[in-house]
Design a protein around this ligand. Structure first.
Ligand SMILES: [Zn+2]
Ligand SMILES: [Zn+2]
Length: 319
């Protein structure tokens, strides 16, 4: 198989675009594609200082390198962010992840911040798993959201980019239809405006890029990343979620471009009417402990409430 653009050997076939590309032409193609997507969805409008959330996996490390290229073209500042969640499970998962994230930050010579949740907030995700009744992945999501908003505020970031890829989006959409989670679906966007009370917007630059393409880009460009996935993830939605993901991949094999159509049509045609129907503008109150925004009628935010349940914060302590 030869590259469509030169005489080199093709390393990847992109069936939905009906092309095969060599190493260099594939990298160039993906970089252009990302730039086109970012422009089409106005991801970089008014952007000055962007934080990239890097877990150390293939998606977020590739995103970091792609955003680095864009920062040179569009002249915005880049800050690397890694959250050490304290997930060990006998495998040292978090510490290895942080190592890979830092390796990439230093490789590119960009400013970065590592937040160690244990040091900063007094507990680890592993500890929360045993002590808190809610599923561990939902606690983890809460911790990540809170920490990212907090760093954005402290570092003066106007934008945070995360590494959700096309396969993640397709899986989320299909399982949202399946379970009727209209509120979650109506909030799924490539560019999310700031949460009430915050100033930072969140973008998902990889949302139309296939997992396979990201992996290929990481490999051919020798981006260091951690292969292990979180030791807790097998619990997210359990076997059903896995099956939905695998079925989507099978559909993709039979109908090239299936996931792309599913996600692009959802975002371009379905999400907005859903948002209009289901998302209500909520008023916010101020958490009496940390001062951050919380839902109206609550005086303690769910993050501080979690810290209280973990026994690392007392309700009377105030700030
Ligand atoms: Zn070529
Ligand atoms: Zn709070």
């Amino acid at each position: 198989m030869k590259c469509n653009k030169c005489d080199e050997k093709a390393i990847i076939k992109i069936p939905y675009a009906n092309i095969a590309l060599c190493k260099n032409h594939f990298s160039e193609w993906l970089e252009h594609r990302l730039e086109r997507v970012a422009k089409k969805y106005n991801m970089l409008d008014g952007v000055n200082r962007v934080g990239v959330a890097v877990s150390g996996g293939k998606d977020s490390t590739t995103l970091l390198h792609l955003m680095y290229n864009l920062s040179k073209i569009y002249g915005f500042e880049l800050v690397g962010i890694n959250i050490d969640l304290g997930i060990d499970m006998g495998k040292g998962y978090s510490s290895k992840s942080t190592e890979f994230a830092v390796k990439n930050f230093e490789m590119l010579g960009i400013r970065y911040k590592v937040v160690r949740v244990k040091e900063q907030y007094g507990f680890t995700i592993d500890e929360a798993k045993h002590k808190i009744r809610r599923p561990v992945c939902s606690t983890c999501g809460l911790v990540k959201r809170y920490t990212l908003n907090d760093i954005a505020e402290k570092e003066g970031l106007d934008t945070i980019a995360t590494g959700h890829n096309l396969n993640d989006m397709a899986q989320f959409i299909l399982s949202g239809y399946f379970s009727g989670d209209v509120l979650d679906l109506s909030r799924l966007k490539p560019v999310s405006p700031p949460e009430k009370g915050y100033k930072v917007k969140k973008i998902k630059p990889l949302f139309l890029i296939y997992e396979k393409e990201i992996l290929t880009y990481a490999l051919v460009n020798k981006i260091p990343f951690i292969y292990d996935s979180c030791p807790h993830t097998f619990r997210v939605g359990g076997a059903t979620q896995d099956k939905i993901r695998r079925k989507l991949e099978e559909m993709e094999d039979e109908i090239p471009g299936f996931m792309l159509m599913l996600v692009q049509n959802f975002i371009d045609k379905i999400q907005k009417p859903l948002e209009k129907e289901y998302v209500k503008e909520d008023e916010v109150s101020k958490c009496k402990i940390c001062g951050r925004p919380t839902s109206k009628g609550r005086d303690i935010c769910s993050f501080c409430a979690t810290r209280i349940s973990m026994g690392v914060l007392s309700e009377a302590r105030g700030k």
